[in-house]
Design a protein around this ligand. Structure first.
Ligand code: UD1
Ligand code: UDP
Length: 359
């Protein structure tokens, strides 16, 4: 079986690391990796290939830093050329970025089968570019690998029983990655406070709205006076802060460069709590048994909120501060396995092989 994997953004490298590790166990699978180039700084891309031993991409399309239309359009055009050359049996796409929809669409138009990892997630907020990308990708995928039962139910509610696609709950590949790399974690090579909260912020709905971004940074400024915050800053947010007058130079808010996954796992293992608008980090907070304050109005990972592991704060300074106070005295039960058994990658590869053999 020839599998063509399309990745481009940081969370996709982490997810693909888990699946590529599984692919390597199978002599009967050839994997071709296409990096769209969406993320390109060394600490947003190369570091993950090095640290996580992801096979080097066979193609790097170097498409980045464009508006949605231009980025997706150019990716579509270039991915199509690669697909015509490689003629894979399957195209594997991850998550909900512009690289995801471009890969799925290019493949489907060439009648190449598409497998979507992280299918079925919904925020029900159509203003998010990710929501558009994931809905369209799901609709044209042949196998939908859902990370949770909620995702399966979301698809059923959209009438997927009437669509000719295989839907399966395989668990979350990010859990596979967290389990595998937990023992390899590494302290970041920067000065860090002894006690700290780990934070990230990059979601377009926050960075592109000065009112929201200001409220988030004011809240982090307030909280950091009590418990220092370590924030590996996404380049998107760094650029926007640099061009704005939003205060972000608080004494105990440590803005550091983005770190590799092994350093991120170390930060997760040693932090008091997580504050984020990231999708992936909400789950990782749970894997490493840390309460997460989510600086969004809604989340795709509803089971975390229902279980009391994750507090939705929006971009309201008051709600962030109130939930920070609440979170300090919360002790949820982390025994539940919300994201499978850590064998999602194995199930994905078995699903692809099974499906190919059934044709
Ligand atoms: C993208 C995804 C988002 C995902 C995030 C993960 C889309 C629409 N969005 O958002 O769903 O959560 O990745 O991190 O696909 N930049 C750099 N260096 C880099 C990468 C980006 O400077 O290595 C800059 C770009 O030049 C651009 C900005 O960051 O100015 C945004 O990058 P882009 O890839 O468009 O979207 P993300 O915000 O990273
Ligand atoms: N991450 C990382 N280094 C950082 C920040 C995040 O390795 O400096 C990891 C994080 O642990 C998670 C993934 O990147 O595995 C999440 O990516 P991101 O927040 O960029 O995207 P999202 O999940 O929101 O799409």
């Amino acid at each position: 079986m020839k599998l063509l994997t399309i990745i481009g953004a940081r969370p996709q490298f982490i997810k693909a690391a888990a699946v590529s590790r599984e692919v390597a166990k199978h002599d009967d699978i050839t994997e071709v990796i296409v990096h769209t180039g969406q993320h390109f700084d060394a600490n947003m891309s190369e570091i993950f290939f090095d640290q996580m031993q992801i096979p080097r991409p066979d193609y790097n399309l170097a498409i980045n830093s464009l508006g949605h239309g231009a980025m997706t359009g150019r990716m579509l055009e270039e991915i199509e050329k690669v697909l015509l050359t490689e003629e894979p049996d399957w195209v594997l796409v991850y998550g909900d970025t512009n690289s995801t929809i471009a890969g799925a669409l290019a493949a489907k138009k060439l009648h190449i089968k598409v497998a979507h990892v992280e299918a079925g997630l919904r925020s029900f907020n159509m203003n998010m570019p990710e929501e558009i990308n994931r809905i369209l990708t799901d609709r044209i995928s042949d196998i939908l690998f859902c990370p949770t039962q909620t995702a399966v139910v979301n698809l059923r509610k959209e009438g997927y029983e009437n669509i000719n696609a295989t839907i399966t709950n395989c668990g979350d590949v990010m859990y596979d990655a967290a389990l595998f790399y937990a023992t390899l974690s590494k302290k970041p090579n920067v000065e860090l406070p002894e006690t700290f909260i780990l934070a990230t912020c990059h979601r377009a709905e926050n960075t592109d709205d000065p009112t929201r971004l200001k409220a988030i940074f004011r809240a982090m400024g307030d909280i950091s006076a009590d418990t220092p915050i370590v924030l590996p800053l996404h380049p998107r947010t760094r650029k926007i802060l640099a061009a704005s007058d939003i205060k972000h130079d608080y004494a105990h808010l440590h803005l550091i460069e983005p770190v590799g996954y092994l350093e991120m796992v170390w930060l997760l293992q040693h932090c008091q709590m997580v504050m984020t608008d990231s999708g992936g980090l909400q789950k990782e907070a749970y894997f490493f048994e840390k309460i997460c304050l989510t600086m969004r109005d809604e989340t795709e990972w509803v089971e975390l909120v229902e279980g009391g592991f994750n507090l939705l704060c929006g971009a309201s300074r008051t709600r962030i501060l109130q939930n920070f106070a609440r979170a300090r005295v919360m002790h949820p039960d982390y025994k539940k396995q919300l994201y499978g058994s850590g064998d999602a990658s194995g199930k994905i590869i078995a699903g692809l092989l099974g499906d190919s053999r059934n044709q």
